[in-house]
Design a protein around this ligand. Structure first.
Ligand SMILES: Nc1nc2c(ncn2[C@@H]2O[C@H](COP(=O)(O)OP(=O)(O)OP(=O)(O)O)[C@@H](O)[C@H]2O)c(=O)[nH]1
Ligand SMILES: [Mg+2]
Length: 444
């Protein structure tokens, strides 16, 4: 924490500008040693920018740059920060980084700038995690959820719940101090307050089902027997000719994945080989992969050909029905010959008819309208686990009343508070921190 760190903060590759960042108590001194311009970095006022050259120890010019000075404490890391905007591409940023490393800075670990922001108290842990979610967000909606979390919306909710628990604890402590007084009304009162908190926690937990999809994406597998139009459906949803489509059954031999945005949810759409008995070794492997994909997918579209009666394979497919399957009848533009299939959606991959309804059915399936009353959505499994444990403790506390001593109730409530504190990082371990920040990119 006491050393000065540096890293390239822009992506590796060609681009107009590259940014190398330095943070720590020696940031200005190190910048002085490699910069030559009208101004000396260590004399510059905070949050100002200047023009000049980066030079090596023999005074050779490495690159022409703009250098920004941001003095502690009003910076990303709460430490002195210098940012060097140089020419983009690999060469300049690397040379400048090398120079900085030779001048006394240490290469930053993944997420170390953000970790310092957390350890220096500028943001809490949930907010730090949101930074990485923003960087990785692939749709506007997932970006918005992460942005809300960075702004402290989730933290505020968690702190509010913890505050309520603190109040209950003080109630209980008053009782423990004056056991002779009649607190029977208060027991009812405390119980209902705990019930209220448990409802709020349950609600937050429920949003995770949705939240996970916003963060990690939703995987949707398209399955069915050969020739029902799986690849055509993939192409129709992607609005381009991605997969090969022919009238021959058994066209698709391997699973094929593409990313897609459905109503703000990042979706991994997977086309699979048609499922049937086959003696062909390639097709057999394709079918094995299809079955594997079905197992792992969040949603499975089971596709039928509306222009044909159900075959033996179709009936087999109907048997895999579970709460993640969605029956879809394709080729609605042709004559309908198919028997009734329960709760099926009719579409035509050819004309696009019914695709809107299909997308809506997908959203309903994963209950994507679910969010807590104040719009918070839990996206992070670490938060979900902590909320789950906090809820368990509250439920145990409720069950202990009125038969068991208040001391036990208080213990459970404190336990619950501890789990809530983990979310915002008031209670944390090195292991948790390493785990979180190692997933960041270097330079953030
Ligand atoms: N009329 C009509 N034909 C369709 C429709 N969807 C697909 N087809 C036709 O059905 C045939 C099979 O389509 P594919 O998309 O290759 O079917 P598949 O399920 O991927 O087949 P396999 O890869 O062999 O398992 C092609 O000739 C498509 O043009 C549709 O909505 N209407
Ligand atoms: Mg296909």
């Amino acid at each position: 924490m006491n050393d000065t760190i540096t890293a390239i903060s822009t992506p590796i590759g060609s681009g107009g500008i590259g940014i190398v960042r330095i943070s720590g108590s020696d940031a200005l001194k190190i910048a002085d040693s490699i910069f030559k311009g009208k101004k000396v970095p260590s004399n510059m006022p905070s949050h100002t920018i200047t023009y000049g050259n980066i030079i090596d120890k023999d005074n050779n010019i490495i690159d022409e740059v703009l250098l920004t000075v941001m003095r502690a404490p009003k910076t990303y890391t709460v430490e002195d920060i210098v940012e060097i905007n140089c020419h983009g591409g690999l060469l300049m940023v690397r040379q400048i980084l090398e120079l900085l490393l030779k001048s006394g800075a240490r290469l930053a670990n993944s997420g170390e700038f953000t970790m310092r922001a957390f350890l220096n108290g500028r943001i809490d842990l949930a907010q730090a995690e949101a930074v990485s979610d923003i960087i990785n967000a692939s749709t506007i909606k997932s970006g918005k959820i992460a942005e809300d979390q960075l702004n402290g919306r989730l933290s505020l909710e968690i702190k509010g719940l913890r505050e309520e628990l603190v109040n209950i604890i003080s109630y209980i402590e008053a009782y423990l101090d004056f056991p002779e007084e009649d607190f029977s009304d208060d027991v009812i009162n405390i119980k209902s307050k705990l019930q209220d908190i448990s409802n709020k926690l349950t609600f937050l937990l429920d949003t995770y089902k949705t939240g996970r999809f916003f963060r990690e994406g939703l995987s949707i597998a398209i399955t069915g027997r050969p020739n029902v139009g799986k690849s055509s459906l993939l192409n129709a949803l992607l609005k381009r000719d991605r997969a090969i489509v022919t009238e021959l059954p058994g066209t698709t031999r391997d699973t094929l994945e593409e990313m897609l945005n459905i109503n703000g949810i990042p979706v991994r759409l997977i086309d699979t080989a048609g499922i049937r008995e086959s003696s062909n070794i390639i097709e057999k492997e394709g079918v094995r992969r299809s079955l594997e994909t079905i197992k792992d997918a969040d949603i499975v579209i089971v596709l039928f050909d509306g222009n044909m009666s159900l075959t033996f394979e179709d009936k087999e497919m109907l048997n895999i029905a579970s709460d993640k399957t969605l029956n879809v009848i394709n080729k609605s533009d042709l004559l309908r010959n198919i028997e009734d299939i329960p709760q099926a959606i009719c579409i035509s991959a050819k004309t696009g008819e019914g695709l809107k309804e299909l997308k809506e059915a997908i959203m309903t399936k994963v209950s994507l309208n679910q969010c807590s009353p104040n719009g918070i959505i839990i996206t992070n499994i670490r938060h979900k686990n902590a909320i789950e444990q906090a809820l368990d403790s509250i439920l145990r506390a409720i069950n202990l009343m009125p038969e068991h001593p208040f001391e036990f109730v208080a213990l459970e409530i404190r336990d619950s508070m501890g789990h809530l504190a983990e979310i915002i990082g008031e209670i944390t371990t090195d292991e948790i921190l390493i785990n979180i920040f190692s997933k960041f990119c270097i330079g953030k």
